[in-house]
Design a protein around this ligand. Structure first.
Ligand code: GTP
Ligand code: MG
Length: 345
């Protein structure tokens, strides 16, 4: 799963990337280059922290996701090569500039939102038109043609494909085209240092809501500063700015949900750990994330809710209180389940 930071030049993508990964990356004009920055980011998780406090394990492991930072490229708009690179991503986070740039130029967040929307719609339309033409010529697949004509109509009326609510079957039919406007999209409004605790401007939130898009407000510059502090001081500094926690944490969790991942938890004296699994994953497949032997020899899953475990203090007490469930191979693991697999190899 790859999540991309995308958007116009100087919106702050690389600065956000640096804040997320804690890596030192060159920002600004000089940093524009052909190669994307790629980094692994830990997903902050209060449940892992709580379980760690209870079990005092040797190790604590958060779920991880990979972020890619794509430069917009030279010139106005988004370069063709960058739009193509976006096709390989599973989800997009558009960084939108809401701070005055180095030249003092006022930002226009709504214009960036609609600007990227238009560019991605046009890129998708090009793909659809070529395919429609081909299918009309071949008369090979009437069902696909009908579907693509419907998509073409939507794109021509400037509707991103993700807003159509396509069926699972339709999504499968078009999955090979890697449509940009079908990719999950999260907006990241990069605001000036003084606005980090303020809500997004009403006009911008309304535009996000109308499109059904998630929105995180942060200041990349501030988040970068926070990221460089020792862990213990990060929360304190965030509080001093009027934030409950670094905005980066909210953003990472939102990005994690964007790609439809949930966290299965495991705990014990060795390790407390969050395992990212696709929403809807059954127990044996989830077990396979830990080790293929556990999937192969799966017998059952013993499941407690993390809240119950924290409240009651141990698995044994959860069992006594009837809070430990024994689940079979058809069980779909939910977010926040603490699971202990029984297996036989
Ligand atoms: N004041 C302020 N400046 C910022 C903020 N975020 C980024 N900048 C500055 O804006 C400039 C561009 O930031 P980058 O992160 O390089 O922008 P980018 O989106 O990666 O740009 P490209 O890679 O060229 O597409 C740099 O000089 C940053 O220091 C912010 O939150 N506040
Ligand atoms: Mg950059």
């Amino acid at each position: 799963m790859k999540i991309g930071l995308v958007g116009f030049a100087d919106s702050g993508k690389t600065t956000v990337f640096g804040a997320l990964t804690g890596l030192t990356v060159a920002t600004g004009y000089a940093a524009r280059r052909d190669k994307a920055n790629v980094g692994v980011v830990k997903v902050p998780d209060a449940r892992v922290d709580a379980l760690t406090k209870l079990y005092q394990p040797k190790k604590k492991t958060y779920a991880e996701i990979v972020f890619t930072d794509l430069a917009a490229g030279s010139g106005p708009g988004i370069e063709r090569a960058v739009l193509n690179a976006m096709r390989n991503l599973d989800a997009l986070c558009q960084v939108v500039r809401a701070f005055p740039d180095a030249a003092g130029e006022a930002p226009d967040p709504l214009d960036e939102l609609t600007g990227l929307e238009t560019e991605t719609i046009l890129a998708d339309l090009e793909v659809v038109e070529q395919r429609v033409e081909r299918l009309r010529r071949d008369r090979s697949d009437a069902r696909e043609l009908a579907l693509l004509e419907r998509l073409q109509g939507a794109l021509e009326s400037e509707t991103p494909l993700r807003q159509l609510g396509l069926s699972e079957a339709d999504l499968r039919t078009v999955s090979g085209y890697a449509f940009l406007t079908l990719k999950p999209l999260l907006l990241v409004l990069n605001v000036p240092e003084g606005d980090v605790a303020a809500p997004a401007p009403a006009e911008f939130s309304a535009a996000a809501e109308k499109r059904g898009l998630g929105l995180t407000v942060l200041s990349a510059a501030v988040e970068m500063e926070i990221a460089q502090l020792p862990d213990a001081e990060q929360a304190e500094f965030a509080t001093s700015l009027g934030l409950d926690e670094p905005a980066r944490n909210r953003f990472i969790r939102a990005a994690f949900e964007l790609i439809d991942l949930v966290s299965m938890l495991t705990t014990g004296p060795d390790e407390c750990r969050a395992w990212p699994i696709a929403r809807g994953t059954r127990a044996p497949r989830a077990a396979g994330k830990i080790h293929s032997d556990i999937e192969r020899g799966f017998i059952r899953a013993e499941v407690v809710r993390w809240e119950d475990l924290i409240e009651l203090g141990s698995e044994a007490r959860c069992r006594e209180a009837g809070k430990l469930r024994v689940e079979g191979k058809d069980y779909i693991v939910s977010d926040g389940d603490v699971v202990n697999f029984r297996f036989n190899v």
